[in-house]
Design a protein around this ligand. Structure first.
Ligand code: TYD
Length: 212
């Protein structure tokens, strides 16, 4: 790149879905494919990926789980604000594509549809934490919560969210589907009950259209 030239801004691609939907594995595979194409890419997860974010993750996942929905929301938002400021914005500005395992839609789905906080409150907090940064593409790995939870039981990675009643997870799923319908041009709903290879191909097809 010649001196003084600003690279084209990177794309923000977010992976969303209920627990056990396979987002983390898909994030790794998409990162590998983009790198294989010699595209600059960084993969991050929420909450986490910065030292502060990882500490907040430990608090949220600790034995004495946070027992207040607003406090829980603000912990996720603190981790998000740090991640956006320290990693996501600098990467996008440098022309690096960012794959983010969960983002603002998780807070709408879990803290509003799931926990019952007013959606306007969650959206205000999202805007504050991100400076209104909006993903270029959100890939929603959709599957019945009972299927996702059975997968989590099978691989023994249960968090306290997994232990919440099935109707909590049904509300989270409904929240995601509402969000996808509201912004259909920037969301792709993927049937996550398919074999992983088929999920990967669907996701890759949608991603290619955005990073091309
Ligand atoms: P994690 O171990 O990342 O679960 P997964 O592998 O399914 O992504 O744990 C994150 C949990 O936190 C997950 O159950 C969803 C929840 N969460 C929220 O409730 N709100 C949020 O804003 C975010 C980012 C996550």
């Amino acid at each position: 790149m010649s001196e003084g030239k600003t690279p084209p801004r990177g794309r923000l691609i977010v992976l969303e879905g209920g627990d056990g939907s396979g987002k983390s594995r898909l994030t790794r595979e998409l990162e590998r494919r983009l790198s294989d194409q010699r595209l600059a890419v960084e993969a991050v997860r929420e909450p986490g990926s910065t030292p502060l974010g990882e500490r907040i993750r430990e608090i949220i996942n600790s034995e004495s789980a946070v027992d207040d929905a607003l406090a829980e929301l603000l912990l996720f938002e603190a981790a998000r604000a740090h991640l956006v400021a320290r990693l996501i914005e600098p990467a996008l500005a440098a022309g690096t594509h960012v794959l983010c395992d969960r983002f603002t839609a998780s807070s709408v789905a879990y803290q509003s549809y799931g926990r019952g906080l007013p959606r306007a409150v969650v959206e205000r907090a999202n805007t504050l934490a991100t400076g209104a940064l909006t993903p270029d593409l959100t890939l929603l790995l959709d599957l019945p919560p009972a299927v996702g939870l059975a997968r989590r039981h099978a691989d023994g990675r249960l968090s306290h969210f997994d232990a919440l009643p099935l109707d909590f997870h049904e509300r989270v799923r409904a929240g995601y589907l509402d969000l996808a319908a509201e912004s259909a041009e920037r969301w792709r709903v993927i049937d996550a009950t398919q074999p992983f290879e088929a999920v990967l191909e669907d996701a890759w097809g949608a991603l290619r259209a955005v990073v091309a």
